[in-house]
Design a protein around this ligand. Structure first.
Ligand SMILES: O=C(O)CCC(=O)C(=O)O
Length: 302
């Protein structure tokens, strides 16, 4: 049997783990280098332009425009079209962070890039933010060794700097553990905006969140355009969430060691992965797979 690709364990420091448990999210600054951010920006914006120039509803290497208003564009899934996105989703430390929150082996279930700018139509007082969750607390959560886990999580990485007015993702801190009706919790948070935390970080930073946490899109009040890249992961026995399927050719080319990450595993085992709070983070660098060569070779062969 082929070994899965090597990755750190645990990925988070004890302090980051406590922050994740208390708030339902943690921000890890500078997970990507400026070269990686540059490559992702170029790939995403090129693909966005290609899709906008194509016929409505067209798909390019599985990617489609899910939203295409002048102020808010969502490209999903960009993983097959852009090798740097595949590299991001398979980044050993980011996968390990997701697995730490899941409490078991992860599979990629959703990928999307969002490009948006200031939209005065969404300005309400108080703002609505499009608050939502991806899984309910009783089904999605479990506790092991006193630490919180959720079977559906996301890494959201900002490719543009996010200051307080730049529309970073918003969350209702701690809502991942409060199994009360969403509308009641949202109303309570709006009474005291300090309960709503904003993702503010330099480009190339990652927000890891539990999908039981109430979250939404922040309001852009500056003139800066925001670009973010999202990878959703769930427990390896769960299905994909993406609306548009990946091609069989792409799936066939995934190296053996990454098959579970990309395809999941169709049986009732979940590869538990747990840490205790006192374990220090594994800070070693792990090898990165060369997705560019793999996917460029695939493109030549098409
Ligand atoms: O636009 C954002 O920052 C939030 C994205 C989001 O809500 C999601 O991926 O579920």
């Amino acid at each position: 049997m082929t070994e899965s690709f090597a990755r750190p364990h645990p990925a988070l420091t004890p302090a980051q783990r406590v922050s994740l448990d208390v708030n339902g999210y943690v921000v890890i600054p500078n997970t990507l280098t400026s070269d990686e951010v540059g490559e992702l920006m170029e790939g995403i914006h090129d693909l966005k332009r290609e899709l906008q120039a194509a016929a409505p509803g067209a798909s390019i290497r599985s990617a489609k425009l899910l939203g295409n208003s002048p102020l808010h564009v969502t490209v999903s899934p960009p993983i097959e079209a852009i090798p740097a996105v595949a590299a991001y989703c398979a980044h050993p430390r980011l996968v390990a962070m997701a697995e730490e929150l899941i409490g078991g082996e992860a599979r990629i279930c959703e990928t999307a890039a969002i490009v948006n700018r200031r939209d005065p139509d969404t300005y309400r007082d108080p703002p609505t933010y499009g608050f939502h969750t991806g899984v309910d607390i009783p089904f999605g959560s479990h506790i092991k060794d006193g630490l919180y886990h959720c079977c559906f999580v996301k890494t959201l990485t900002n490719l543009t700097d996010l200051g307080p007015d730049d529309g970073g993702t918003v969350v209702i801190a701690g809502s991942h553990k409060m199994d009360v009706p969403l509308d009641q919790l949202i109303a309570a948070a709006k009474e005291d905006p300090r309960l709503i935390h904003h993702f503010v970080a330099p480009a190339g930073s990652t927000l890891l969140l539990s999908e039981t946490l109430i979250h939404g899109t922040g309001q852009i009040r500056s003139e800066r355009e925001r670009t973010i890249l999202i990878c959703g992961y769930n427990a390896r026995l769960m299905p994909r969430w993406d609306f548009s399927p990946w091609s069989q050719d792409f799936l066939d080319r995934i190296p053996e060691a990454y098959r579970t990450l990309f395809n999941g595993k169709q049986n009732w085992t979940r590869g538990p992965r747990y840490r205790t709070l006192d374990q220090p983070a594994d800070t070693r660098e792990y090898p990165r797979y060369d997705w560019k060569s793999l996917m460029e070779a695939a493109a030549v062969n098409v």
